[in-house]
Design a protein around this ligand. Structure first.
Ligand SMILES: [Zn+2]
Ligand SMILES: [Zn+2]
Length: 153
């Protein structure tokens, strides 16, 4: 299976090893990617444990109507124990593709990179509706109607 984070690697060699606790992300970008994959795969425990305790929500509700399609890392910078990663994620919700752009702040807490919070930025792409017969925006190579349209309400 291809990694949901769009790295072009298999899930197992990419975010899967972090989500299954076989390895620790070495930098904030790796953590960011693995958190995106965890959202895509509804790995709630991983999302909570990689969230800094001072910022972590008491409960995390994942919206089952959302299908995460892809991730693009726009910029990242790391300074000592702090890092910022700007990304744009695309998601499908109610038949519409939408982008979510955020500048996330990460800190290294007890040797592990953790997410604190983020600043929402204006997405670069406006929402759009894929046609049923076009290629699926998730990049599977299937027609939209045979792929993610089925999963989206
Ligand atoms: Zn990945
Ligand atoms: Zn799809």
């Amino acid at each position: 299976m291809n990694c949901p984070c769009c790295s072009g690697q298999t899930f197992d060699r990419c975010c899967g090893r972090f989500i299954s606790h076989r390895a620790l992300p070495e930098n904030a970008t790796q953590l960011m990617r693995s958190r995106f994959s965890a959202f895509a795969l509804a790995e709630r425990d991983y999302l909570l444990e990689t969230w800094h305790p001072d910022f972590r929500p008491p409960q995390l509700r994942l919206d089952s109507e959302i299908r995460w399609l892809g991730l693009e890392i726009i910029a990242s910078e790391e300074q000592g124990e702090k890092a910022q990663v700007e990304f744009e994620a695309s998601l499908l919700s109610a038949g519409e593709v939408r982008a979510l752009r955020e500048r996330s702040v990460f800190v290294r807490h007890q040797g592990r990179w953790q997410y604190t919070n983020g600043e929402q930025l204006a997405p670069r792409t406006a929402p759009w509706k894929p046609a049923r017969n076009q290629d699926c925006p998730c990049g599977s190579g299937l027609k939209f109607k045979r792929c993610c349209a089925k999963a989206s309400v």
